[in-house]
Structure formats: structure tokens, C-alpha cells
Design a protein. Structure first.
Length: 289
């Protein structure tokens, strides 16, 4: 085997042993200069795309789009129109955790809901049994339709286990959201009402400062604050004075009670001695005494 050096102009300079010419033994290329699997090139030198030959055309066809659409599965139906409950345990709403429970599509009675709530909240481990469902305002849920309507507006569900509804543990925010219709708009309405209430309180405070004759400057606000602090200090002093008076009165009442008890005890002993003398004579006094 010989090795050939090729000159820049394509000619052979000299041959060396052990070198094989590139592309030796391959079939000759067509005379047209284009691949046999491609259509002939147009006069401009670019290939004209045929309809439906690109990947986009193939994947965007009507048949392919039909096969890529999601199917009617239980998960998709539940996501579109499912029932999701945010459950809290009664008497623990302000310090316990919430349980988000997704109900299957086949459930349509409260009895089945109680079984799932019992399992998801792990009430068996605490020896508790779900028996009642309440709204944040204390109204009892008595039908599946009522529960479904509450779930649609994201209202919290209070799970009772036989004990009375405890309204003292319901957070004020939860109750406010429920009273304002629930859903995503309720927090916005509550926030707007709180802002309006804060503004009205500030206006009332400004009116009080103005009515006190302090004016509207920063010094007036400082003077009004100092006056308010002095009033609070005086009220605290009066409360301490009243508390001390009550302690003194209670101590005197206890002293009077002890004195009365001692007097009653001495009178009872004297009456017993008189009864004994009248019945047994003077000789019995020493024996009874």
C-alpha cells in the first residue's frame, strides 16, 4: 500500500507506502450533483418545501391534535368540578392545623363524608369520631347540597365530635371571610373594610384633638397624647385605690365574721352548761364541764 502526497492544485507530489486514497471503492456520485433521495434543486439553488413534509405540519395536523387532547379521567373531572373541604376540629380552630380533603366524585351523602373525614383527620388515634359539621358562624350542615355550596366558596368546615359548638375558638378572620360571602373576594372586602375603619378612627382622633383646642400641628398631637397618657395614669391610680379599699373592707368583714363565730360558740357553751345545771343540779357541772 502506497501513500500519496497531494499538492494544493490537486496533483500528486509523491507516493508513500501504507497510505490509501480517501473515498476509494465508493460508488460514483450522480452527475447532477444532488442526492438521489431529494428532489432536484430549483434554478435558484434552494429546495422548494412540499406540503406536509415539515415536522410542524405533521404534528399540527388535525388527527395529531385530537390524540394529544387530555382524556376524560376521574382526576381531570375532579379538578374541574371537584369538592374540596378545608376542615378544622371543633375547639381547636385557633391552635390546631387544617386538613384539606378532596372528596371522590362518587360521594353524594354526608354519611360517606364522615367516613372520609374520620380517616383523613386521623381521629381514630385520638378516640374521636366525626359526628357533625358546622359553618364558622355555628350553623349546622344538614345536607349534601349545603356542604357542596360551602365548599364552592372555600368556606372552612368545623368538624364536631358530639360536643357543643365552641364559638370562642373561631378566629375572627375566618368568621369575617364567611360572613362576607367567602371565596377569593371575601379577603379583599374584609381588607378594604379594615382600611376604612382605620381611616375613620384616625379622623375621629383628629376631631378629638381639634375639639380639645390643640389645633392640627404635630405639637398639638404630642400635647393630646400626653394628656391622654395623664388621664390613663389617673384612672390607674383610682383603680389601685379602689382595689386597696376593697381589700381592707374584705379584711374587716373576715375579722367581724371570726368575732361573731367566737361569740356564738361561747353562747352555745353557756347554754349547754345552763341546761346541764337545770337538769342534774350543781353536782353535774363538774362532771359535764
Amino acid at each position: 500500500m502506497q501513500m500519496v502526497e497531494v499538492a494544493p492544485d490537486g496533483g500528486e507530489l509523491f507516493e508513500r507506502p501504507g497510505f490509501k486514497k480517501p473515498f476509494a471503492g465508493m460508488p460514483p456520485r450522480p452527475s447532477g450533483g444532488a442526492s438521489s433521495s431529494l428532489p432536484p434543486a430549483p434554478p435558484g439553488g434552494l429546495l422548494a418545501p412540499t406540503p406536509g413534509s415539515s415536522l410542524f405540519d405533521r404534528y399540527a395536523s388535525e388527527g395529531a391534535m385530537k390524540t394529544l387532547l387530555p382524556g376524560e379521567t376521574v382526576t381531570s373531572k375532579l379538578r374541574a368540578a371537584g369538592t374540596k373541604l378545608s376542615c378544622y376540629l371543633n375547639t381547636e380552630c385557633n391552635r390546631g392545623r387544617s386538613y384539606v380533603i378532596s372528596l371522590p366524585e362518587r360521594i353524594d351523602t354526608l354519611g360517606e363524608v364522615f367516613q372520609i373525614v374520620q380517616q383523613k383527620m386521623g381521629l381514630d388515634g385520638r378516640m374521636l369520631y366525626a359526628a357533625e359539621l358546622f359553618l364558622p358562624d355555628g350553623q349546622k350542615i344538614t345536607s349534601w347540597k349545603q356542604l357542596r355550596e360551602a365548599a364552592e366558596i372555600d368556606t372552612a368546615i368545623i368538624v364536631g365530635c358530639g360536643e357543643p359548638f365552641d364559638a370562642t375558638t373561631i378566629p375572627q378572620s375566618m368568621l369575617s371571610f364567611h360572613m362576607h360571602g367567602g371565596g377569593r373576594t371575601a379577603p379583599k372586602v374584609v381588607k378594604k373594610e379594615l382600611a376604612d375603619k382605620k381611616m375613620r378612627a384616625a379622623q375621629l382622633k383628629a376631631d378629638q384633638v381639634r375639639a380639645s383646642g390643640h389645633g392640627l400641628s404635630s405639637q398639638a398631637a404630642v400635647a393630646a397624647r400626653m394628656e391622654h397618657a395623664e388621664q390613663n395614669r389617673q384612672q390607674a391610680a383610682e383603680m389601685r385605690h379602689d382595689y386597696m379599699n376593697q381589700l381592707l373592707a374584705r379584711s374587716s368583714q373576715q375579722t367581724d365574721l371570726l368575732r361573731h363565730v367566737q361569740v356564738r360558740a361561747s353562747l352555745s357553751a353557756a347554754l349547754i352548761a345552763l341546761d346541764c345545771v337545770s337538769e342534774c343540779g350543781s353536782d353535774c357541772v363538774s362532771d359535764c364541764g
